[in-house]
Design a protein around this ligand. Structure first.
Ligand code: G3I
Length: 368
C-alpha cells in the first residue's frame, strides 16, 4: 500500500560497505526444484490486454457496475476476495465462493482473470499473526498456497505470489525487505517458499512479484527498483521461476514519473527473461488544486508518462487499473481531497463516462 512506512525497528542487514550481495536478500535460501514455466504467448499483433479489479461487494447491488467491466475489459480480477482477510477468516476456512463467482463470471463472458495475492502484510487475520513458531507458519503458508492455487488451477493467467515485500524505504539500516509478520516469523525464505508452492500447485499460471513505488523519480524509488531486481535474481539463483514483476502504478499526480528509470528497469527485467505488468493503476489527486478539468488533466499527464516508461522497457503483458469507476475506490477512503471534492482516481467517472486518460490508455495498448 503506497503510503505506510514500516513502523518496526531496524533489522540487521549487510552494511553499505558490503553491497547487497545476490545471496543476502533471501538469507541464502536453499535452492528449490526448478520448474518449467508457461511459455509467454506471443502477442505480436494483438493489443496489450486491459484489465480492472472488481469488488464483489457491489456486484449484486450495482448491475451497471458489473456490466461496464464486460463492456470495457479483457481481464477482470477479484480485488479483495483472494486475500487472507476475505478468503481465510479462520484457520479452518477457505471462503472460495466470492472469488469463484467473480472468476467464473469473467471467464464465462470471455475474459481472463488473475489472482491477488498469497502473501501481504495488510489486514492478516488475528489467528494467522498469533502464530510465532516458524515451523507452524511455514506449514500454514504452504497449505494456503497449495489449497488456493490448486482450487483455481487452470482458471487464472497469473498470480501475485507475494505483494509489497520490499521495504518502503530500503536503507542499509532498515534493510531491503519490508518488516512484516511473514519476515519476522519465517525470515526472507517465505518468498521462495511461496514461489515454489505456487509453481507446483498451478504450473500453468505465470508467477508475479508485485509492488508499488517503482515508477517515480528519486533515490527511494531507485533503491526500490534495485531491490526488486536483486530479489528476482536471487529467486532465479535459487532455481525458482519468476515470470513477471507487477508495477502497481498507484500514481500520485503531483509526483514526477521517471520514464528513463522505468525503461531501464523494464529492460533489465527483460535481460533476466522476466516480464512486466501494470497491476493496480489509479491516480491519487489529493494534492492537485482545481476542479475536475484540472484534476483530469494532471491525471492524463501522469498516466501518459507512466505508460511511456512502461512501454520503453518492454511490452507489458497486461495493463490493469485498480477498479474501473470513481464510484468505488480505496483512494477516497484513504487519501481524500482536503477541498471536499470527490477524488477522481479511475478511468471512468462516477457516471461510468470514460475520461480522456482512459482513451489515451486504450490507444497506447492498441499501438503496442
Ligand atoms: O468485506 C468486509 C465487509 O464484510 C465489511 O462489512 C466491511 C466494513 O468493515 O469491510 C469489508 O472488507 C473491506 C475490503 O476492502 C472489502 O471491501 C476491508 O475493510 C478493507 O480494508 C478492504 O480494503 C482493500 C485494501 O486493499 C485492504 O485489503 C481495498 O478495497 C483495496 O483496494 C486495497 O487494495 C490494495 C491492494 O490489495 C495492494 N496494493 C495496494 C492497494 C490499495 O491499498
Amino acid at each position: 500500500m503506497p503510503k505506510t512506512r514500516t513502523a518496526n525497528g531496524p533489522r540487521r542487514f549487510p552494511s553499505s560497505r558490503t553491497a547487497l550481495t545476490r545471496r543476502s536478500l533471501l538469507g541464502g535460501a536453499a535452492a528449490l526444484a526448478a520448474t518449467i514455466g508457461p511459455s509467454r504467448v506471443a502477442r505480436a499483433a494483438a493489443p496489450v490486454p486491459f484489465g480492472a479489479a472488481i469488488q464483489s461487494n457491489f456486484f449484486d447491488s450495482d448491475p451497471a457496475y458489473a456490466q461496464v467491466f464486460l463492456d470495457r475489459c479483457d481481464l477482470v480480477l477479484p480485488m479483495n476476495e483472494l486475500k487472507f482477510p476475505m478468503l481465510r477468516p479462520t484457520r479452518e476456512s477457505f471462503e472460495f465462493g466470492p472469488a469463484d463467482r467473480l472468476v467464473d463470471w469473467a471467464r464465462s463472458n470471455g475474459k481472463t482473470s488473475r489472482g491477488h495475492t498469497f502473501v501481504w502484510h495488510d489486514g492478516n487475520p488475528a489467528w494467522l499473526e498469533r502464530i510465532r513458531d516458524p515451523i507452524e507458519a511455514e506449514m500454514v503458508l504452504r497449505e494456503h498456497i497449495q489449497r488456493t492455487a490448486g482450487h483455481f488451477r487452470g482458471r487464472l493467467e497469473s498470480w501475485d505470489v507475494v505483494n509489497e515485500v520490499i521495504a518502503h524505504e530500503p536503507r542499509e539500516s532498515g534493510g531491503p525487505l519490508r518488516d512484516t509478520w511473514w519476515l519476522r516469523t519465517l525470515g526472507p525464505r517465505h518468498i521462495p517458499i511461496a514461489f515454489a508452492e505456487a509453481a507446483r500447485a498451478d504450473p500453468g499460471a505465470r508467477l508475479v512479484v508485485n509492488d508499488y513505488d517503482l515508477e517515480f523519480r528519486g533515490a527511494r524509488y531507485d533503491a526500490r527498483r534495485r531491490v526488486m531486481l536483486d530479489l528476482v535474481r536471487q529467486l532465479q539463483d535459487g532455481g525458482l521461476r519468476v515470470d513477471a514483476v507487477g508495477i502497481q502504478g498507484h500514481l500520485y499526480s503531483h509526483f514526477e514519473i521517471d520514464p528513463e528509470a522505468m525503461a531501464r528497469f523494464g529492460r533489465d527485467l527483460k535481460t533476466l527473461g522476466v516480464g512486466l505488468l501494470a497491476t493496480e493503476i489509479d491516480v491519487i489527486d489529493f494534492q492537485v488544486p482545481g476542479g475536475p478539468e484540472e484534476i483530469d488533466r494532471a491525471a492524463e499527464k501522469v498516466v501518459g508518462d507512466f505508460l511511456d516508461g512502461l512501454f520503453a522497457g518492454q511490452r507489458p503483458e497486461a495493463v490493469i487499473t485498480w477498479g474501473l469507476t470513481d464510484r468505488y475506490s480505496w483512494v477516497g477512503d484513504v487519501m481524500p481531497r482536503t477541498d471536499g471534492q470527490p477524488v477522481r482516481p479511475l478511468p471512468l467517472d462516477a457516471d461510468l463516462v470514460p475520461k480522456r486518460w482512459y482513451e489515451l490508455l486504450r490507444r497506447r495498448l492498441a499501438q503496442a
